[in-house]
Design a protein around this ligand. Structure first.
Ligand SMILES: [Zn+2]
Length: 428
């Protein structure tokens, strides 16, 4: 089955074919790293991480390299590091060169230490956002500075005050506008025309519209990104996250109470183009699903066929990353594992469940580790109580031993006494 993706530019699903059969060039706008990553940042990363995982099965991987806290949080969500992670400040000369080309081609002009993009010089401005001119000007909330020829013109370069970061340029000491950064970095790393450009839905206008205008006018009209993909927004308990409401929820806040793998699955349970409402209930549901799958993986079995992922799961992902459908299929596999009994067939199904999970970036832990939970304190407390029970049994205080087992069972902890005298435990 061919990979099909929804292209924001054409507003429909299209079969995906890269420019080069063996290499996909993809660019995803990153966050401005001024604070800890919130769960909405996490959603975008997980959505495009899923696409990356699907692409690498078809086109192979080209691993080359991986702000420390952002990396740690995203790694906790199971997101693979990008092949290239450009930082805007390392591309200032390329940005200046791009701006000079835009001026030379008549698409930009310098005024009072600023350089502005002349939207009137680019007739297809607005093709991604599909907005009328007046709507775009209102949407961009542009201050109508006296040096602008047109109220819709946007900044490519702006002057810096002595206390602001700045670089020398033909227009004086200053710094780049926000949009030019992505145009210069993608051109440097991926070339004029590349395959996929991703980002959150809120970036379509003005950011992505401006990237298209800058890049295509600098490249004599050659297409910029061929497919544009946008993930929908995330709310917290039905409310948009905002500083003023004080409901900014960081990935780190959630990681304090839940494993990253459960957060990742909770994000994937909603299709990336649907709005996602983050709730404690959704997280609990994801955790319960992982408990169920890891329990199925821990069941005794025979000798199975080595694990290839089921084609139906890959097929769901090839259809514009239908992760919710892939998740339904993981549940079906777990049901079959639970009903088939200890056998070679069960082992093969377990391999398939594991491989299907790996496609989604989950189920890659040792089941025992997962089922024991990752809260080290809690684990210690449980093991201390098992020791107490052990001691009670050695001293033939069987009522005490049984009471400890019953207490643990009430908390969802199952004990299993092994023939060699050890006691193993698991959740569920
Ligand atoms: Zn960008």
């Amino acid at each position: 089955m061919p990979l099909v993706l929804y292209n924001s530019l054409t507003r429909r699903k299209e079969p995906f074919e890269p420019l080069d059969a063996g290499l996909v060039r993809m660019y995803v706008c990153g966050p401005t790293v001024y604070d800890l990553a919130h769960i909405g940042n996490g959603r975008a990363v997980v959505a495009f991480d899923l696409l990356y995982r699907v692409l690498r099965h078809t086109y192979g991987a080209n691993p080359r390299r991986t702000t420390a806290e952002f990396h740690a949080d995203m790694a906790a969500l199971g997101a693979l590091p990008p092949d290239i992670e450009p930082r805007a400040t390392a591309y200032i000369p390329q940005m200046i060169a791009l701006i000079e080309r835009l001026i030379a081609a008549g698409h930009a002009y310098a005024a009072e230490g600023h350089v502005l993009f002349a939207v009137a010089s680019w007739p297809s401005y607005g093709k991604l956002a599909r907005r009328g001119r007046d709507e775009m000007i209102a949407g961009a909330r542009v201050e109508v500075a006296p040096y602008k020829r047109d109220p819709g013109d946007f900044v490519l370069w702006k002057p810096s005050t002595p206390d602001q970061p700045g670089w020398d340029s033909p227009w004086g000491r200053g710094r780049p506008g926000w949009h030019i950064e992505c145009s210069a970095m993608s051109e440097t790393e991926l070339g004029e025309t590349f395959d996929i450009h991703g980002g959150g839905l809120d970036l379509i206008f003005p950011h992505h519209e401006n990237e298209i205008a800058q890049s295509e006018s600098a490249h004599a009209g050659h297409p910029f990104a061929r497919v544009w993909m946008h993930n929908e927004m995330l709310t917290i308990d039905g409310v948009k996250m905002s500083k003023s409401l004080g409901n900014i929820t960081t990935v780190r806040d959630i990681l304090a109470n839940a494993p990253g793998e459960a957060i990742r699955l909770a994000l994937l349970m909603t299709h990336y183009r649907d709005p996602l409402d983050w709730t404690a209930q959704k997280l609990a549901q994801a955790r319960a699903a992982l408990d169920r799958w890891y329990r199925a993986l821990s069941l005794p079995s025979g000798k199975g066929q080595p694990g290839a992922f089921p084609q139906s799961i890959f097929g769901a992902l090839e259809d514009d990353l239908n992760a919710p459908l892939a998740i339904v299929q993981l549940h079906e596999l777990a049901t079959r594992i639970n009903t088939v009994g200890e056998s070679d067939e069960r082992a093969t199904l377990q391999n398939a469940l594991r491989a299907g999970g790996a496609l989604l970036g989950i189920l890659e832990q040792d089941p025992t580790t997962w089922l024991q939970g990752d809260a080290a304190d809690e684990k210690e407390a449980i093991e201390a109580r098992i020791m107490q029970r052990q001691k009670a049994r050695e001293e033939r205080r069987f009522a005490d031993a049984d009471r400890i087992r019953a207490e643990l069972a009430a908390e969802g902890i199952t004990l299993e006494d092994k023939p060699d005298g050890r006691t193993e435990w698991r959740r569920g």
